[in-house]
Design a protein around this ligand. Structure first.
Ligand SMILES: [Fe+2]
Ligand SMILES: [Fe+2]
Length: 188
């Protein structure tokens, strides 16, 4: 009896830490995505065809961020202490890639959204392995966000992101930076 109570307590601590880690890193990710598109829109002609495409993705990122802010409040998760630094870095990434032209702006989208889509998938698997019923609501949210990130990725590919100069180097550099941000956000 005592052992099963201890087991339940350990499971509950593990579950709490799992949800906390996922919500904190996803909040940081959505904040970063919002700032990337804000940076791109700051330097793009808002009435251009690219402006329309990026504005649509940005609107979706704003909704993702609002969703994550609700989850942060609901689960009482403190946001990562690096949030202000990530915000500035993401804005600079968005603005600089947009300054380099349409293909480079779209290459940034492809790089970021591919990594984020993969990251959401890994989290979805973790939550299912833990308990799909307990995490039903969170899973529903993450699956919806994952699907929308993958649509953003496809938009970036469709609009010539992979034709950007030095595409593979750029993609590796952006994804390496994002992985570093993910690593930090999962911990502090
Ligand atoms: Fe997003
Ligand atoms: Fe996205």
């Amino acid at each position: 009896m005592r052992r099963s109570i201890v087991r339940l307590a350990v499971d509950s601590v593990h579950r709490r830490r799992l949800v906390e880690r996922i919500v904190r890193v996803d909040h940081a990710g959505e904040l970063g995505a919002d700032r990337i598109y804000a940076g791109q829109m700051a330097v793009l002609d808002k009435n251009s065809s690219l402006g329309d495409i990026i504005k649509k993705m940005w609107d979706e990122e704003k909704e993702h961020l609002a969703t994550m802010e609700k989850l942060v409040a609901k689960h009482s998760v403190p946001p990562t202490i690096f949030a202000p630094i990530f915000s500035c870095a993401a804005f600079a990434l968005g603005a600089s890639t947009a300054l380099l032209g349409k293909e480079t702006a779209m290459a940034c989208t492809v790089a970021v959204e591919e990594l984020i889509g993969r990251h959401y998938n890994d989290q979805i698997k973790e939550l299912i392995n833990d308990d799909p019923e307990v995490h039903k609501e969170l899973l529903h949210t993450l699956i919806r966000l994952r699907d929308e990130e993958l649509e953003h990725h496809d938009t970036g590919v469709f609009h010539d992101g992979p034709k950007a100069p030095f595409y593979s180097y750029l993609k590796t550099a952006i994804q390496t930076g994002c992985k570093g941000a993910i690593w930090l956000s999962e911990r502090v």
